[in-house]
Design a protein around this ligand. Structure first.
Ligand SMILES: [Zn+2]
Length: 235
């Protein structure tokens, strides 16, 4: 066999109905490959009645890589342009991760923790009349959220001032975006909804942390009083 081993094709080693084992053996010897491979190659199934399908392609640089295989094998879903708002240079990395998790329903609001089997009552910290804390309530329909959306909506557009929609995260982002067609995703119009939700979330976390701190102080005071009472009784 005078063929360059790097240029051998499958058809060079395939007879009319089966692998040409003699040729394969020669190739394995030329390539210093273990003979056990011969059996594995011969077990490779062939679908003779079907056309060939490309399973692995070269990258643009002419290499073969696992990422090029993944690109070929994976199922390509339609692009979701909502994410363009999160992964851009005017949104910080922390904000982008938060917004991405928000869209995937991964932020730890009360209802999410309950869904995770945490035994707890839900009570929002954003309204005078308390409500169940969901992501939609916290970031869209709560008193504070509605005030913020209306306040910044007035700046941008008459239609954005009172957003009559389902009060859900993705429809809200899409509707806001539809009010400003042809605007770059780096424009303040597009960034504002992200900022509103991010800072509402930060405020909520700050309020939660204050609640926990006050509960901790109360708990320490109570345990201190109990300890003193015990000391008094013992004395
Ligand atoms: Zn609320």
């Amino acid at each position: 066999m005078n063929q360059d081993i790097n240029c051998v094709l499958v058809c060079d080693c395939w007879g009319c109905k089966e692998w040409d084992e003699e040729k394969l053996q020669e190739l394995l010897i030329l390539g210093n490959c273990p003979m056990e491979l011969l059996e594995k190659i011969c077990l490779t199934p062939f679908q003779k009645m079907k056309n060939d399908i490309c399973r692995w392609t070269l990258t643009g640089k002419g290499n073969i890589s696992t990422s090029s295989t993944w690109q070929l094998a994976r199922v390509h879903h339609p692009e979701n342009n909502i994410y363009n708002q999160f992964w851009c240079k005017v949104i910080t990395h922390s904000m982008g991760v938060f917004l991405w998790r928000l869209v995937l329903n991964r932020i730890p609001v009360d209802t999410k923790l309950q869904w995770r089997m945490m035994q707890m009552a839900s009570k929002c910290r954003c309204c005078k009349t308390t409500a169940i804390e969901t992501a939609e309530h916290l970031l869209i329909s709560s008193e504070a959220a509605r005030w913020l959306w209306n306040y910044f909506g007035k700046w941008m557009s008459r239609d954005a001032e009172s957003m009559e929609d389902e009060g859900r995260i993705i429809p809200r982002l899409r509707k806001w975006r539809s009010l400003f067609p042809g605007t770059s995703h780096l424009h303040i119009n597009f960034v504002l909804p992200c900022l509103i939700m991010w800072f509402l979330w930060l405020e909520s976390m700050t309020a939660l942390s204050k609640t926990w701190n006050s509960m901790l102080v109360t708990s320490r005071r109570e345990s201190s009083c109990t300890w003193r009472k015990k000391e008094d009784t013992a004395g």
